[in-house]
Design a protein around this ligand. Structure first.
Ligand code: FRU
Length: 507
Protein backbone atom coordinates (compact mmCIF):
# COMPACT_ATOMS: atom_id res chain seq x y z
CA UNK A 1 0.00 0.00 0.00
CA UNK A 2 1.35 3.37 -0.98
CA UNK A 3 1.86 5.36 2.25
CA UNK A 4 2.62 8.63 0.51
CA UNK A 5 -0.95 9.38 -0.40
CA UNK A 6 -1.89 11.56 2.58
CA UNK A 7 -0.75 14.77 0.95
CA UNK A 8 -2.47 13.85 -2.30
CA UNK A 9 -5.72 13.30 -0.41
CA UNK A 10 -5.43 16.86 0.87
CA UNK A 11 -4.68 18.06 -2.64
CA UNK A 12 -7.75 16.33 -3.91
CA UNK A 13 -10.20 18.68 -2.25
CA UNK A 14 -8.44 21.65 -3.91
CA UNK A 15 -8.55 19.84 -7.26
CA UNK A 16 -12.23 19.05 -6.80
CA UNK A 17 -13.02 22.70 -6.00
CA UNK A 18 -11.21 23.81 -9.11
CA UNK A 19 -13.07 21.23 -11.21
CA UNK A 20 -16.45 22.23 -9.74
CA UNK A 21 -15.78 25.88 -10.59
CA UNK A 22 -15.11 24.85 -14.16
CA UNK A 23 -18.37 22.89 -14.29
CA UNK A 24 -20.22 25.94 -12.95
CA UNK A 25 -18.60 28.14 -15.59
CA UNK A 26 -19.59 25.77 -18.40
CA UNK A 27 -23.07 25.46 -16.94
CA UNK A 28 -23.61 29.23 -17.07
CA UNK A 29 -23.78 29.05 -20.87
CA UNK A 30 -25.17 25.52 -21.22
CA UNK A 31 -27.70 25.28 -24.03
CA UNK A 32 -30.57 23.05 -22.95
CA UNK A 33 -32.10 22.24 -26.34
CA UNK A 34 -30.93 18.59 -26.08
CA UNK A 35 -30.01 18.43 -22.40
CA UNK A 36 -31.79 15.40 -20.84
CA UNK A 37 -34.73 15.68 -18.45
CA UNK A 38 -34.94 12.05 -17.42
CA UNK A 39 -31.42 10.71 -17.92
CA UNK A 40 -28.35 11.15 -15.79
CA UNK A 41 -25.87 13.63 -17.24
CA UNK A 42 -23.31 16.00 -15.75
CA UNK A 43 -24.45 19.54 -15.11
CA UNK A 44 -21.82 20.46 -17.68
CA UNK A 45 -18.69 18.94 -19.24
CA UNK A 46 -18.14 15.54 -20.82
CA UNK A 47 -19.15 12.22 -19.27
CA UNK A 48 -18.53 8.65 -20.25
CA UNK A 49 -18.70 5.34 -18.37
CA UNK A 50 -20.91 4.67 -15.35
CA UNK A 51 -18.55 4.00 -12.43
CA UNK A 52 -18.95 2.71 -8.90
CA UNK A 53 -22.67 1.87 -9.19
CA UNK A 54 -23.78 0.87 -5.72
CA UNK A 55 -26.33 1.10 -2.95
CA UNK A 56 -24.80 2.51 0.22
CA UNK A 57 -26.31 3.93 3.41
CA UNK A 58 -29.82 4.07 2.00
CA UNK A 59 -29.00 5.63 -1.37
CA UNK A 60 -28.14 4.52 -4.87
CA UNK A 61 -24.85 5.98 -6.04
CA UNK A 62 -23.92 6.52 -9.65
CA UNK A 63 -20.45 7.90 -10.33
CA UNK A 64 -19.21 8.57 -13.82
CA UNK A 65 -16.16 9.41 -15.89
CA UNK A 66 -16.15 13.18 -16.14
CA UNK A 67 -14.14 15.87 -17.85
CA UNK A 68 -15.03 19.00 -15.88
CA UNK A 69 -12.89 21.18 -18.16
CA UNK A 70 -14.69 20.79 -21.46
CA UNK A 71 -17.23 18.88 -23.50
CA UNK A 72 -14.61 16.55 -25.01
CA UNK A 73 -13.02 13.49 -23.45
CA UNK A 74 -9.97 14.21 -21.24
CA UNK A 75 -8.85 15.04 -17.65
CA UNK A 76 -10.78 12.12 -16.25
CA UNK A 77 -12.41 12.76 -12.84
CA UNK A 78 -15.31 10.94 -11.15
CA UNK A 79 -18.61 12.83 -11.03
CA UNK A 80 -21.39 11.71 -8.73
CA UNK A 81 -25.18 11.64 -8.40
CA UNK A 82 -27.30 9.76 -5.87
CA UNK A 83 -30.90 8.72 -5.39
CA UNK A 84 -33.06 7.18 -2.68
CA UNK A 85 -35.47 5.54 -5.14
CA UNK A 86 -33.90 5.31 -8.64
CA UNK A 87 -36.39 7.95 -9.79
CA UNK A 88 -35.24 11.29 -8.38
CA UNK A 89 -31.53 12.08 -8.41
CA UNK A 90 -29.42 14.55 -6.48
CA UNK A 91 -26.23 16.10 -7.78
CA UNK A 92 -23.39 15.35 -5.37
CA UNK A 93 -19.97 16.98 -5.09
CA UNK A 94 -17.40 15.63 -7.54
CA UNK A 95 -15.93 12.47 -6.05
CA UNK A 96 -12.42 11.98 -7.40
CA UNK A 97 -9.74 14.04 -9.13
CA UNK A 98 -6.31 12.85 -10.28
CA UNK A 99 -3.64 13.65 -7.68
CA UNK A 100 -1.31 10.63 -7.45
CA UNK A 101 1.60 10.22 -9.83
CA UNK A 102 0.10 6.92 -11.09
CA UNK A 103 -3.13 8.67 -12.06
CA UNK A 104 -1.49 11.79 -13.42
CA UNK A 105 -3.47 11.55 -16.66
CA UNK A 106 -6.78 10.47 -15.19
CA UNK A 107 -8.77 8.52 -12.62
CA UNK A 108 -10.25 5.97 -14.98
CA UNK A 109 -13.22 3.65 -14.65
CA UNK A 110 -13.94 1.28 -11.80
CA UNK A 111 -16.50 -0.14 -9.44
CA UNK A 112 -17.65 0.12 -5.81
CA UNK A 113 -18.41 -2.40 -3.09
CA UNK A 114 -19.32 -2.09 0.56
CA UNK A 115 -16.13 -3.31 2.23
CA UNK A 116 -15.68 -5.65 5.20
CA UNK A 117 -15.25 -2.56 7.39
CA UNK A 118 -18.55 -1.08 6.19
CA UNK A 119 -16.89 1.63 4.09
CA UNK A 120 -17.71 2.17 0.46
CA UNK A 121 -14.59 0.95 -1.31
CA UNK A 122 -13.85 1.85 -4.88
CA UNK A 123 -11.40 0.18 -7.20
CA UNK A 124 -10.43 2.18 -10.26
CA UNK A 125 -7.60 2.57 -12.72
CA UNK A 126 -4.85 5.12 -12.30
CA UNK A 127 -3.88 6.17 -15.80
CA UNK A 128 -0.78 7.70 -17.39
CA UNK A 129 0.13 8.05 -21.03
CA UNK A 130 3.27 6.09 -21.70
CA UNK A 131 4.64 8.92 -23.89
CA UNK A 132 3.23 11.60 -21.58
CA UNK A 133 0.75 13.00 -24.11
CA UNK A 134 -1.44 10.45 -25.84
CA UNK A 135 -2.37 6.84 -26.60
CA UNK A 136 0.12 6.32 -29.44
CA UNK A 137 2.60 4.35 -27.35
CA UNK A 138 0.03 2.80 -25.03
CA UNK A 139 -0.74 3.44 -21.39
CA UNK A 140 0.71 2.89 -17.94
CA UNK A 141 -2.26 1.69 -15.91
CA UNK A 142 -2.59 0.28 -12.37
CA UNK A 143 -5.55 -0.74 -10.27
CA UNK A 144 -6.04 1.64 -7.32
CA UNK A 145 -8.29 1.77 -4.27
CA UNK A 146 -10.11 4.50 -2.34
CA UNK A 147 -12.51 4.39 0.60
CA UNK A 148 -15.36 6.51 1.89
CA UNK A 149 -17.60 6.55 4.95
CA UNK A 150 -20.35 8.60 3.32
CA UNK A 151 -20.09 7.83 -0.40
CA UNK A 152 -19.20 11.47 -0.97
CA UNK A 153 -15.68 12.08 0.35
CA UNK A 154 -12.99 9.61 -0.70
CA UNK A 155 -9.63 8.81 0.76
CA UNK A 156 -7.17 7.32 -1.71
CA UNK A 157 -5.23 4.25 -0.68
CA UNK A 158 -2.98 4.04 -3.74
CA UNK A 159 -2.12 1.16 -6.04
CA UNK A 160 -3.30 -2.35 -5.18
CA UNK A 161 -2.42 -4.11 -8.45
CA UNK A 162 0.51 -2.78 -10.44
CA UNK A 163 0.82 -3.75 -14.07
CA UNK A 164 3.05 -6.87 -14.15
CA UNK A 165 4.52 -6.46 -17.63
CA UNK A 166 5.66 -3.28 -19.32
CA UNK A 167 4.64 -4.65 -22.71
CA UNK A 168 0.99 -4.51 -21.66
CA UNK A 169 -0.61 -1.45 -23.27
CA UNK A 170 -4.08 -1.52 -21.67
CA UNK A 171 -4.78 -2.74 -18.12
CA UNK A 172 -7.92 -1.25 -16.67
CA UNK A 173 -11.49 -1.03 -15.36
CA UNK A 174 -11.69 -3.23 -12.25
CA UNK A 175 -15.05 -4.74 -11.27
CA UNK A 176 -15.17 -6.28 -7.80
CA UNK A 177 -17.54 -8.57 -5.86
CA UNK A 178 -17.47 -10.86 -2.85
CA UNK A 179 -18.48 -14.48 -2.76
CA UNK A 180 -17.99 -17.20 -0.19
CA UNK A 181 -15.70 -15.06 1.97
CA UNK A 182 -13.35 -14.15 -0.89
CA UNK A 183 -13.09 -10.95 -2.94
CA UNK A 184 -12.91 -11.23 -6.73
CA UNK A 185 -11.76 -8.63 -9.23
CA UNK A 186 -11.91 -8.74 -13.02
CA UNK A 187 -10.48 -6.14 -15.39
CA UNK A 188 -9.60 -5.74 -19.07
CA UNK A 189 -6.14 -6.38 -20.50
CA UNK A 190 -4.59 -6.02 -23.90
CA UNK A 191 -1.77 -8.58 -23.88
CA UNK A 192 1.65 -7.93 -25.41
CA UNK A 193 0.32 -9.86 -28.44
CA UNK A 194 -2.63 -7.42 -28.42
CA UNK A 195 -5.29 -9.96 -27.54
CA UNK A 196 -8.32 -8.80 -25.58
CA UNK A 197 -8.50 -10.63 -22.25
CA UNK A 198 -10.23 -10.39 -18.88
CA UNK A 199 -8.05 -11.20 -15.89
CA UNK A 200 -9.31 -12.35 -12.52
CA UNK A 201 -7.61 -11.63 -9.16
CA UNK A 202 -8.68 -12.63 -5.66
CA UNK A 203 -8.14 -11.17 -2.19
CA UNK A 204 -8.89 -12.03 1.44
CA UNK A 205 -8.49 -8.53 2.82
CA UNK A 206 -9.42 -6.20 -0.10
CA UNK A 207 -5.87 -4.79 -0.23
CA UNK A 208 -3.62 -7.69 -1.22
CA UNK A 209 -4.60 -9.24 -4.53
CA UNK A 210 -3.34 -12.42 -6.19
CA UNK A 211 -3.60 -13.31 -9.87
CA UNK A 212 -6.09 -16.15 -10.26
CA UNK A 213 -6.46 -16.73 -14.01
CA UNK A 214 -7.36 -15.33 -17.40
CA UNK A 215 -11.10 -15.78 -17.01
CA UNK A 216 -11.95 -14.84 -20.60
CA UNK A 217 -10.01 -14.40 -23.83
CA UNK A 218 -11.77 -12.99 -26.87
CA UNK A 219 -11.69 -15.54 -29.71
CA UNK A 220 -11.21 -12.88 -32.40
CA UNK A 221 -7.53 -11.88 -32.72
CA UNK A 222 -8.62 -8.46 -34.05
CA UNK A 223 -10.29 -7.67 -30.73
CA UNK A 224 -7.37 -6.11 -28.90
CA UNK A 225 -8.98 -4.87 -25.70
CA UNK A 226 -12.03 -5.63 -23.55
CA UNK A 227 -12.94 -2.44 -21.72
CA UNK A 228 -15.13 -2.25 -18.64
CA UNK A 229 -15.63 -6.00 -18.14
CA UNK A 230 -18.29 -7.15 -15.72
CA UNK A 231 -19.07 -10.59 -14.37
CA UNK A 232 -22.21 -11.40 -12.40
CA UNK A 233 -24.59 -14.25 -11.53
CA UNK A 234 -28.14 -14.47 -12.88
CA UNK A 235 -30.24 -17.37 -11.62
CA UNK A 236 -27.98 -20.43 -12.07
CA UNK A 237 -25.79 -18.81 -14.76
CA UNK A 238 -22.90 -16.39 -14.89
CA UNK A 239 -22.67 -13.53 -17.34
CA UNK A 240 -19.42 -12.04 -18.60
CA UNK A 241 -19.79 -8.76 -20.41
CA UNK A 242 -17.31 -6.38 -21.93
CA UNK A 243 -16.92 -3.47 -24.31
CA UNK A 244 -14.88 -4.75 -27.23
CA UNK A 245 -12.33 -2.67 -29.11
CA UNK A 246 -11.55 -3.97 -32.58
CA UNK A 247 -14.72 -5.96 -33.25
CA UNK A 248 -15.67 -5.58 -36.93
CA UNK A 249 -19.26 -5.00 -38.10
CA UNK A 250 -21.01 -8.02 -39.55
CA UNK A 251 -24.51 -7.74 -41.03
CA UNK A 252 -26.71 -5.86 -38.59
CA UNK A 253 -24.33 -6.52 -35.70
CA UNK A 254 -21.54 -4.56 -34.06
CA UNK A 255 -21.96 -1.50 -36.25
CA UNK A 256 -20.74 1.04 -33.71
CA UNK A 257 -17.14 2.14 -33.37
CA UNK A 258 -16.79 -0.06 -30.28
CA UNK A 259 -19.46 -2.51 -29.13
CA UNK A 260 -20.66 -3.75 -25.76
CA UNK A 261 -22.07 -7.24 -25.30
CA UNK A 262 -22.09 -10.38 -23.23
CA UNK A 263 -21.79 -14.15 -23.16
CA UNK A 264 -23.64 -16.41 -20.71
CA UNK A 265 -22.18 -19.54 -19.16
CA UNK A 266 -21.27 -21.24 -15.94
CA UNK A 267 -18.54 -20.59 -13.39
CA UNK A 268 -17.53 -21.90 -9.97
CA UNK A 269 -15.05 -20.04 -7.77
CA UNK A 270 -11.59 -21.42 -8.40
CA UNK A 271 -12.57 -22.67 -11.86
CA UNK A 272 -12.72 -21.54 -15.46
CA UNK A 273 -15.68 -19.87 -17.09
CA UNK A 274 -17.55 -22.16 -19.48
CA UNK A 275 -19.25 -20.18 -22.21
CA UNK A 276 -22.65 -21.53 -23.26
CA UNK A 277 -24.03 -18.85 -25.59
CA UNK A 278 -22.84 -16.74 -28.47
CA UNK A 279 -21.85 -13.14 -27.97
CA UNK A 280 -24.88 -10.83 -28.00
CA UNK A 281 -24.95 -7.06 -28.02
CA UNK A 282 -26.41 -5.44 -24.93
CA UNK A 283 -28.18 -2.89 -27.10
CA UNK A 284 -28.84 -2.54 -30.83
CA UNK A 285 -28.81 1.28 -31.00
CA UNK A 286 -26.14 3.70 -32.19
CA UNK A 287 -25.06 4.87 -28.76
CA UNK A 288 -24.43 2.37 -26.02
CA UNK A 289 -21.15 1.48 -24.36
CA UNK A 290 -19.33 0.62 -21.15
CA UNK A 291 -22.38 -0.62 -19.20
CA UNK A 292 -21.91 -1.52 -15.56
CA UNK A 293 -24.25 -3.68 -13.48
CA UNK A 294 -24.83 -3.79 -9.74
CA UNK A 295 -27.21 -5.46 -7.36
CA UNK A 296 -30.07 -3.48 -5.83
CA UNK A 297 -30.88 -4.21 -2.18
CA UNK A 298 -33.94 -6.22 -3.26
CA UNK A 299 -31.71 -8.51 -5.34
CA UNK A 300 -32.46 -7.11 -8.79
CA UNK A 301 -29.53 -6.89 -11.19
CA UNK A 302 -29.52 -3.37 -12.61
CA UNK A 303 -27.48 -1.84 -15.42
CA UNK A 304 -26.70 1.65 -16.64
CA UNK A 305 -25.04 2.15 -20.02
CA UNK A 306 -23.29 5.24 -21.31
CA UNK A 307 -24.90 6.63 -24.47
CA UNK A 308 -21.57 6.99 -26.21
CA UNK A 309 -21.47 9.57 -29.01
CA UNK A 310 -19.02 7.59 -31.13
CA UNK A 311 -19.41 9.28 -34.46
CA UNK A 312 -19.00 12.93 -35.35
CA UNK A 313 -20.65 15.38 -35.61
CA UNK A 314 -21.51 15.49 -31.91
CA UNK A 315 -23.59 18.67 -31.74
CA UNK A 316 -24.21 18.67 -27.97
CA UNK A 317 -20.51 19.44 -27.53
CA UNK A 318 -21.27 22.99 -28.66
CA UNK A 319 -23.77 23.26 -25.81
CA UNK A 320 -21.34 22.94 -22.89
CA UNK A 321 -22.07 19.30 -22.08
CA UNK A 322 -21.74 15.90 -23.69
CA UNK A 323 -23.02 12.46 -22.81
CA UNK A 324 -25.76 10.82 -20.76
CA UNK A 325 -26.56 7.44 -19.28
CA UNK A 326 -29.39 5.21 -20.43
CA UNK A 327 -32.32 4.91 -18.05
CA UNK A 328 -31.59 2.29 -15.37
CA UNK A 329 -32.57 -1.17 -16.60
CA UNK A 330 -33.31 -4.42 -14.86
CA UNK A 331 -31.48 -7.40 -16.32
CA UNK A 332 -32.92 -10.92 -16.35
CA UNK A 333 -32.33 -14.16 -18.22
CA UNK A 334 -34.41 -14.95 -21.30
CA UNK A 335 -33.02 -18.21 -22.69
CA UNK A 336 -29.65 -17.51 -24.27
CA UNK A 337 -30.27 -13.74 -24.08
CA UNK A 338 -30.52 -11.04 -21.46
CA UNK A 339 -33.78 -9.18 -21.14
CA UNK A 340 -33.28 -5.48 -20.31
CA UNK A 341 -36.25 -3.47 -19.10
CA UNK A 342 -36.36 0.07 -17.74
CA UNK A 343 -36.72 -0.34 -13.97
CA UNK A 344 -40.35 -0.26 -12.89
CA UNK A 345 -39.64 2.88 -10.81
CA UNK A 346 -39.02 4.79 -14.03
CA UNK A 347 -42.77 4.85 -14.72
CA UNK A 348 -43.18 7.10 -11.67
CA UNK A 349 -41.99 9.92 -13.93
CA UNK A 350 -45.00 9.49 -16.24
CA UNK A 351 -47.42 12.42 -16.32
CA UNK A 352 -50.58 13.23 -18.30
CA UNK A 353 -50.86 9.86 -20.01
CA UNK A 354 -52.92 10.18 -23.17
CA UNK A 355 -54.58 7.02 -24.38
CA UNK A 356 -55.19 6.79 -28.12
CA UNK A 357 -56.83 3.36 -27.96
CA UNK A 358 -56.69 1.25 -31.10
CA UNK A 359 -55.94 2.89 -34.44
CA UNK A 360 -56.45 1.73 -37.99
CA UNK A 361 -54.28 3.61 -40.44
CA UNK A 362 -54.74 3.55 -44.21
CA UNK A 363 -51.70 2.73 -46.25
CA UNK A 364 -49.44 5.78 -46.65
CA UNK A 365 -51.57 7.39 -43.96
CA UNK A 366 -50.39 9.35 -40.95
CA UNK A 367 -51.81 10.73 -37.75
CA UNK A 368 -50.29 13.48 -35.64
CA UNK A 369 -50.38 12.35 -32.04
CA UNK A 370 -48.58 15.05 -30.07
CA UNK A 371 -47.63 18.57 -31.17
CA UNK A 372 -44.67 19.20 -28.90
CA UNK A 373 -43.08 16.52 -26.79
CA UNK A 374 -39.81 17.38 -25.06
CA UNK A 375 -40.07 13.99 -23.37
CA UNK A 376 -42.36 11.03 -23.86
CA UNK A 377 -42.96 7.52 -22.58
CA UNK A 378 -44.76 5.77 -25.44
CA UNK A 379 -46.29 2.31 -25.35
CA UNK A 380 -47.77 0.72 -28.42
CA UNK A 381 -48.73 -2.67 -29.71
CA UNK A 382 -48.85 -3.37 -33.42
CA UNK A 383 -50.90 -6.23 -34.82
CA UNK A 384 -48.31 -7.62 -37.21
CA UNK A 385 -50.46 -10.54 -38.27
CA UNK A 386 -53.30 -8.32 -39.49
CA UNK A 387 -51.28 -5.38 -40.87
CA UNK A 388 -50.10 -5.23 -44.45
CA UNK A 389 -48.28 -1.90 -44.51
CA UNK A 390 -44.57 -2.28 -45.21
CA UNK A 391 -43.45 0.07 -42.50
CA UNK A 392 -45.44 1.05 -39.42
CA UNK A 393 -44.16 3.32 -36.74
CA UNK A 394 -43.57 6.76 -35.31
CA UNK A 395 -41.78 9.84 -36.47
CA UNK A 396 -40.31 11.25 -33.28
CA UNK A 397 -38.70 14.65 -32.73
CA UNK A 398 -40.64 15.74 -35.81
CA UNK A 399 -40.12 19.45 -36.45
CA UNK A 400 -41.55 21.81 -39.04
CA UNK A 401 -38.39 21.41 -41.09
CA UNK A 402 -39.36 17.77 -41.67
CA UNK A 403 -36.53 16.53 -39.43
CA UNK A 404 -37.42 13.42 -37.45
CA UNK A 405 -36.18 10.06 -36.26
CA UNK A 406 -38.26 7.16 -37.48
CA UNK A 407 -38.89 4.21 -35.17
CA UNK A 408 -40.81 1.56 -37.06
CA UNK A 409 -41.39 -2.08 -37.79
CA UNK A 410 -40.03 -2.85 -41.26
CA UNK A 411 -41.71 -5.84 -42.82
CA UNK A 412 -39.05 -6.28 -45.50
CA UNK A 413 -36.36 -6.66 -42.88
CA UNK A 414 -38.66 -8.26 -40.31
CA UNK A 415 -36.94 -6.00 -37.78
CA UNK A 416 -37.49 -2.83 -35.78
CA UNK A 417 -35.65 0.09 -37.34
CA UNK A 418 -34.43 3.33 -35.76
CA UNK A 419 -33.60 5.62 -38.67
CA UNK A 420 -31.99 9.07 -38.34
CA UNK A 421 -31.59 9.88 -42.02
CA UNK A 422 -33.92 12.88 -41.74
CA UNK A 423 -31.87 14.60 -39.05
CA UNK A 424 -30.07 17.88 -39.63
CA UNK A 425 -28.02 17.58 -36.46
CA UNK A 426 -25.69 14.78 -35.50
CA UNK A 427 -24.67 11.51 -37.07
CA UNK A 428 -27.35 9.91 -39.28
CA UNK A 429 -27.76 6.28 -40.28
CA UNK A 430 -30.00 3.53 -38.99
CA UNK A 431 -29.86 0.57 -36.64
CA UNK A 432 -32.16 -2.42 -36.43
CA UNK A 433 -33.22 -5.01 -33.88
CA UNK A 434 -34.61 -8.50 -34.52
CA UNK A 435 -38.24 -9.22 -33.71
CA UNK A 436 -39.81 -12.43 -32.48
CA UNK A 437 -43.02 -12.50 -34.54
CA UNK A 438 -44.42 -15.74 -33.17
CA UNK A 439 -47.23 -14.02 -31.25
CA UNK A 440 -48.30 -11.98 -34.30
CA UNK A 441 -47.91 -8.83 -32.20
CA UNK A 442 -45.11 -6.36 -31.61
CA UNK A 443 -44.86 -4.44 -28.34
CA UNK A 444 -42.83 -1.26 -28.31
CA UNK A 445 -42.01 1.09 -25.49
CA UNK A 446 -40.19 4.21 -26.55
CA UNK A 447 -38.58 6.61 -24.11
CA UNK A 448 -37.98 10.00 -25.65
CA UNK A 449 -35.85 12.67 -24.07
CA UNK A 450 -34.76 16.01 -25.47
CA UNK A 451 -31.83 14.46 -27.33
CA UNK A 452 -32.27 10.70 -27.18
CA UNK A 453 -34.57 7.79 -27.97
CA UNK A 454 -34.61 4.35 -26.34
CA UNK A 455 -36.73 1.64 -27.95
CA UNK A 456 -37.71 -1.37 -25.86
CA UNK A 457 -38.82 -4.24 -28.09
CA UNK A 458 -41.16 -6.99 -26.84
CA UNK A 459 -40.72 -6.38 -23.12
CA UNK A 460 -36.97 -5.95 -23.30
CA UNK A 461 -35.96 -8.88 -25.49
CA UNK A 462 -34.19 -6.22 -27.52
CA UNK A 463 -33.43 -2.61 -26.73
CA UNK A 464 -31.97 0.25 -28.75
CA UNK A 465 -30.44 3.50 -27.51
CA UNK A 466 -29.63 6.33 -29.88
CA UNK A 467 -29.12 10.07 -29.72
CA UNK A 468 -31.59 12.06 -31.80
CA UNK A 469 -31.08 15.81 -31.91
CA UNK A 470 -34.24 17.56 -33.06
CA UNK A 471 -34.17 20.75 -35.13
CA UNK A 472 -35.68 24.03 -33.91
CA UNK A 473 -39.32 24.41 -32.97
CA UNK A 474 -42.00 22.16 -31.52
CA UNK A 475 -41.23 18.43 -31.51
CA UNK A 476 -44.16 16.41 -32.75
CA UNK A 477 -44.86 12.70 -32.73
CA UNK A 478 -46.57 11.28 -35.81
CA UNK A 479 -47.85 7.80 -36.48
CA UNK A 480 -47.19 6.58 -40.01
CA UNK A 481 -47.89 3.60 -42.24
CA UNK A 482 -45.96 3.24 -45.44
CA UNK A 483 -46.56 1.32 -48.68
CA UNK A 484 -47.76 -2.28 -48.91
CA UNK A 485 -51.06 -3.88 -49.73
CA UNK A 486 -53.21 -2.53 -46.95
CA UNK A 487 -53.66 -1.06 -43.52
CA UNK A 488 -51.70 -0.75 -40.33
CA UNK A 489 -53.47 -1.99 -37.23
CA UNK A 490 -52.38 -0.61 -33.90
CA UNK A 491 -54.01 -2.45 -31.00
CA UNK A 492 -53.09 0.17 -28.43
CA UNK A 493 -51.12 3.35 -28.16
CA UNK A 494 -50.53 5.65 -25.19
CA UNK A 495 -48.17 8.55 -24.61
CA UNK A 496 -47.17 10.10 -21.30
CA UNK A 497 -44.90 13.04 -20.63
CA UNK A 498 -41.88 12.33 -18.42
CA UNK A 499 -41.06 14.53 -15.46
CA UNK A 500 -37.53 15.52 -14.51
CA UNK A 501 -35.26 13.18 -12.55
CA UNK A 502 -33.57 16.03 -10.71
CA UNK A 503 -34.37 16.71 -7.09
CA UNK A 504 -33.51 20.36 -7.68
CA UNK A 505 -33.84 21.76 -11.18
CA UNK A 506 -30.55 23.17 -12.51
CA UNK A 507 -32.23 26.50 -13.14
C1 FRU B 1 -14.33 3.13 -21.78
C2 FRU B 1 -13.03 3.71 -21.25
C3 FRU B 1 -12.46 2.86 -20.14
C4 FRU B 1 -11.60 3.84 -19.38
C5 FRU B 1 -12.41 5.10 -19.47
C6 FRU B 1 -11.59 6.35 -19.58
O1 FRU B 1 -15.14 4.08 -22.35
O2 FRU B 1 -12.10 3.90 -22.30
O3 FRU B 1 -11.76 1.73 -20.60
O4 FRU B 1 -11.37 3.47 -18.06
O5 FRU B 1 -13.23 4.98 -20.62
O6 FRU B 1 -12.40 7.47 -19.56
Amino acid sequence: MNQSVTKENADMSAQLDKAQKSIDRLFATRNDRWYPQCHIASKAGWINDPNGLSYYKGRYHAYFQLNPYGSEWGNMHWGHVSSADLVTWRREPLAMAPTLEVEKDGVFSGSAVVGDDGRLTIYYTGHRWRNGVNDDDGNLQEQCMAVSSDGIHFEKKGVVIPCPDDKILHFRDPKVWKMGGLWYMVFGVSTPAQRGEIWMYTSNDMEHWTFDRVIYRHPDPEVFMLECPDMFPLEDKWVICYSAMGLKPHGFEARNHNNAGYVIGSWQPGGDFHQETEFHLWDDGHNFYAPQTFQAPDGRRLVFGWMSPFTEPIPMQEDGWCGQFTVPREVSLAGDHLRCLPVREFSDLDQDRQDFGSIELEVNGSQDLVDDAQTADITMEIDLAKSQAERIGLEIHRTQSGDHTLVCYDDQLGRVVLDRHCNTYGDRGYRTAPVDKSSGKLKLRIIVDRGSIEVVVNDGLEIMSSYSFPAQGPRGIRLIAESGEGKALIDSLAIARLGTIWEEPDR
